[in-house]
Design a protein around this ligand. Structure first.
Ligand code: FAD
Length: 273
């Protein structure tokens, strides 16, 4: 599928970007996990958002999402796993599928948690971030799932359905992945499992892992006042650009990023030979 603007993240920043890009007549696809897995969902009461005192995070998110949907934004549940810029378009993989867009707004919130020892070393040699993409490689073999969100259990079920013997670690705090040429075992919170693959299913992907060459500072995406990053056609908004980590700031930046992305697409169309 292709669209004008692909938004990564369905929190306040992404929803604001989607709404404002739609207001400029652009087709928009928002890729994100379900709202219940968004951090704001857990806020019992949000008192510092102007005009809506006492509203819960859940109510706020659902209202923002409804508004973006009614404006014509499309939604896709899933995680963006990789991004590639080719011939004037971005290609974003979501699970096993690829989506193209003329511009991207990264509104992925804060990627919490450090990489585990062995994770980078064994990436592609047993370590994977996507069960539905790489699961078939380990059909009928022992694997571990390190699940950090509720939807990770569904990916574990998929692995079981293709015959994998799955050891499931629920939100482990500390893990070490061991092996030689490829993964041989993983130890999480003191328990070791002998496995051929380790699927790390986090709800977020660090921006610099998703976009090769993206400028960041202390893990936050570097942007200018138009929410432009150093990569062509890539804009960023919300918590992923740094503090204050608050809804009002995310919504404001989302507005600018949505408008900037729409202006970028319009300029690209004007300049087309
Ligand atoms: C318990 C709690 C209470 C809070 N209370 C308040 C409050 O009272 N007032 C206030 O202003 N702020 C509050 N906050 C902070 C507020 O939730 C954030 O500042 C706000 O949600 C940031 O919006 P965002 O859109 O930038 O990021 P997020 O809301 O984090 O949204 C980003 C979304 O993108 C998803 N995502 C990340 N990577 C990918 C990927 N690769 N593919 C697909 N999707 C991806 C994430 O899972 C997430 O759902 C609270 C936060 C928490 C946790």
């Amino acid at each position: 599928m292709s669209c004008d603007i692909l938004v990564i993240g369905g929190g306040p920043a992404g929803l604001s970007a989607a709404l404002n890009a739609r207001a400029r007549g652009r087709s928009v696809l928002v890729v994100s996990n379900p709202p219940e897995e968004n951090p704001l969902w857990r806020a019992g009461q949000v008192d510092n958002y102007p005009g809506l005192p006492g509203v819960s995070g859940q109510e706020m998110l659902l209202a923002m999402r409804r508004q973006a949907e009614e404006a014509g934004a499309e939604f896709l549940a899933g995680r963006a796993l990789s991004a590639l810029f080719m011939m004037g378009s971005w290609f974003i993989s979501v699970g096993p599928d690829m989506y193209s867009a003329k511009a991207v707004v990264l509104a992925a919130g804060v990627a919490r948690g450090k990489k585990f020892p062995g994770e980078a070393e064994f990436l592609g040699r047993g370590v994977s971030y996507c069960a539905t993409c790489d699961g078939m490689l380990y059909r009928n073999r022992p694997v571990a799932v390190l699940g950090f969100s509720d939807s990770a259990r569904k990916e574990a079920d998929f692995l079981r359905s293709i015959g994998c013997a799955v050891t499931y670690f629920d939100r482990p705090k500390s893990c070490v992945i061991q092996g030689g040429e490829a993964v041989e075992s993983v130890t999480c919170d003191g328990k070791t499992a002998a496995v051929d693959a380790v699927f790390l299913l986090r709800p977020t992907v660090a921006p610099a892992d998703l976009f090769q060459g993206l400028e960041t500072e202390n893990g936050y995406v570097t942007v200018d006042r138009r929410m432009t990053t150093n990569l062509s056609g890539l804009f960023a908004a919300g918590d992923c650009t740094g503090g204050p980590l608050q809804v009002a700031k995310a919504v404001g930046e989302g507005l600018i990023a949505g408008q900037s992305a729409a202006a970028f697409v319009a300029a690209a169309e004007r300049n087309k030979p």
